[in-house]
Write a protein that binds this ligand. Structure first.
Ligand code: MN
Length: 288
């Protein structure tokens, strides 16, 4: 069993662009070493948007050195990037962007969602890449709800949706550079689940809704991040009320982390290079 280490509290809500009221759960300036390979987690709790006409979201911006994973729970997002990819993700869908050597993209609410209004809920996780992949070719994966396998837990305890990695033999669709488990876990009140996770991996979960007990010893409330010891082979979670969690687990990358804005590299010089390359158009551009 991985020992429960501690709870990390999220920051107050701030707006990313005009579309995403997020709490910073953690970022590369506070917990990146401890939570490696995970660099940043923003969570936009359910927020009701009135019908509107203007686009809501974040305009064209670059990334390098990382992957950004957006898990949509409610509402609908639309994406376009410099690779020529585009698409919508709605409730239950996941968008997995490999920025690696460089990508430019925009992240907006879909036109339909903006027009009709509604509740938006999403999480965005940034995953680090080891130095040898930081200049790899950029890529884009979209997983619609139906492509993400859902494991029903015994005794109707709930479900584990496997976005990446493997849960008791069920594999998630995401291609990752390093071993990573990313699971969307739903538990009914008073039910519990055993989550086997590799010894040596960083393990943490965010409670999106409800409240749970970690390893039968520590209460974790909605909005809290529970962090576990790397040593050990799994954790248990018991729901006190109907609960939803985002479980993240991965092999740590033992390299320096230097981040600024949308770039996370291994040195200050590489960050300066990233800004230079972006300025000179070397990360491409959005199609018209
Ligand atoms: Mn972005």
């Amino acid at each position: 069993m991985k020992k429960f280490l501690r709870i990390h509290l999220s920051s107050a809500t701030h707006w990313v662009g005009n579309g995403f009221p997020v709490r910073s759960v953690f970022n590369y300036n506070d917990l990146a070493l401890e939570l490696s390979p995970f660099l940043l987690l923003d969570y936009a709790a359910p927020h009701k948007f009135p019908p509107g006409k203007e686009r809501r979201g974040v305009d064209a911006h670059p990334h390098r050195g990382i992957e950004t994973v957006t898990v949509a729970y409610q509402g609908e997002l639309e994406h376009r990037d410099s690779l020529g990819n585009g698409g919508k993700v709605g409730a239950g869908d996941v968008q997995w962007i490999t920025a690696a050597g460089g990508i430019i993209h925009e992240e907006f609410h879909s036109n339909e969602f903006t027009h009709h209004g509604g509740t938006l809920e999403m999480a965005q996780l940034w995953i680090n890449l080891p130095a040898k992949y930081k200049h790899a070719k950029a890529g884009y994966q979209t997983f619609l709800k139906a492509q993400i396998p859902t494991v029903a837990l015994p005794q109707d305890a709930g479900t584990v949706r496997v976005i990446a990695g493997e849960y008791k033999g069920t594999k998630g669709p995401a291609r990752t550079f390093m071993p990573i488990n990313l699971w969307d876990v739903n538990l009914h009140a008073n039910q519990s689940v055993e989550l086997p996770l590799p010894d040596g991996h960083t393990t943490a979960f965010l409670v999106l809704q409800g409240d749970v007990m970690a390893n039968d010893e520590r209460p974790v409330d909605a909005g809290d991040l529970a962090i576990f010891d790397r040593a050990g082979d799994g954790i248990t979670v018991k729901a006190k009320t109907d609960s939803r969690l985002l479980v993240m687990d991965g092999e740590p990358i033992d390299e320096p982390i230097v981040g600024q804005g949308p770039f996370v590299m291994n040195s200050k010089a590489e960050i300066e290079q990233a800004f230079e390359d972006y300025k000179l158009g070397r990360m491409g551009e959005l199609p018209d």
